[in-house]
Design a protein around this ligand. Structure first.
Ligand SMILES: [Zn+2]
Length: 318
């Protein structure tokens, strides 16, 4: 089999859960396993868990180890994708300059590719999800934080060191709320992340702890929940309008836990983006929900291995 076409072991390092799977070049997940990230135990314990989970994914996949030629890892930034180093991911407290590629290479004896998880998810969405075939696409993941990725002319845009496409830190109100992700004021993330929705719910005296609960209360007509939800929709549309004006994508794909509220979020956001973005980009763009669900992280981590293989940019084994 040609390099880059054999199954890949894909690892997704999140602040609340670790996920692993063996993914074929057709996007079929031969296995998918998840366990909580025990970040309180420190770097070594989490990496031991991650690598054990990777081995478990291979065992469960039915794919022989010898057929798995590469490992892809998706993790929140900031990171140095080329050198394979996690610089200081805020969702992994205490992790500083962790050489994750080197450690994974030692554990699996396979070449390792690292990518920002949201950028990787965009690659997965573009290769196998709603964005398959799109030339110009934006992916936005709305969960604990907000991240994203941009596909320009069929290729993933990565930026100078692989940290580009930080769509969650587009400013929607320059005198607005403090962003927990980057510390600036008024980022998109400071309004639409699950964390922000829960925080604003608390400030408004609502008893709801999650974005899903706030959405349900808003749907049931609770005035305070409705106001909070409308603000969330407006902020998301505001950020997306800037992004659509900037890139003129054919397609915007929304993923992440907050999008579980489905059409209640999507429909007003899509209408506002089409209305608000400049012509003709606004009329032409479609906004859809990710079909990949919880597997998007693992599919993304696999997609970056195939993407880099296609561009000849895969680290040598050893
Ligand atoms: Zn920010």
């Amino acid at each position: 089999m040609a390099a880059g076409q054999t199954p890949v072991l894909a690892l997704d390092v999140g602040g609340t859960k670790l996920a692993a799977g063996v993914v074929g070049s057709d996007g079929v997940t031969h296995s998918f396993v998840v366990r909580p990230s025990r970040t309180e135990l420190g770097v070594d314990a989490v990496l031991d868990d991650l690598f054990a989970l990777g081995r478990e994914a291979v065992e469960q996949s039915g794919v022989p180890w010898t057929a798995v030629e590469a490992v892809g890892i998706g993790c929140g930034g900031p990171l140095d994708a080329e050198r394979g180093i996690l610089i200081a991911p805020p969702h992994l407290p205490g992790w500083r300059d962790v050489p994750i590629n080197e450690l994974a290479l030692r554990a699996f004896e396979r070449p390792v590719t690292l990518e920002n998880d949201a950028t990787a998810a965009a690659a997965g969405e573009h290769r196998w999800g709603a964005g398959a075939g799109a030339r110009h696409m934006v992916y936005l993941t709305i969960s604990t934080g907000v991240g994203g990725g941009v596909v320009i002319d069929g290729s993933l845009y990565r930026g100078a060191s692989g940290n580009g496409g930080e769509l969650g830190h587009v400013t929607v109100d320059w005198r607005g709320r403090r962003c927990r992700g980057c510390g600036r004021l008024g980022c998109l993330e400071a309004y639409v992340s699950g964390t922000s929705i829960a925080e604003r719910a608390r400030e408004a005296g609502l008893p709801h702890a999650t974005s899903e609960e706030v959405a349900a209360a808003a749907r049931d007509g609770d005035p305070a929940a409705r106001e909070l939800w409308e603000e969330t929709v407006e902020a998301l549309a505001c950020g997306l309008i800037s992004i659509v004006n900037l890139f003129e994508p054919e397609l915007v794909v929304l993923g992440g836990g907050v999008t579980r509220s489905g059409a209640f979020l999507l429909d007003p956001v899509r209408a506002a983006v089409r209305e608000g973005a400049m012509r003709p980009a606004g009329e032409a763009v479609d906004v859809v929900l990710s079909p990949l669900g919880d597997r998007v992280g693992v599919l993304g981590a696999a997609a970056i291995v195939y993407d880099r293989a296609a561009t000849g940019d895969v680290p040598a084994n050893g």
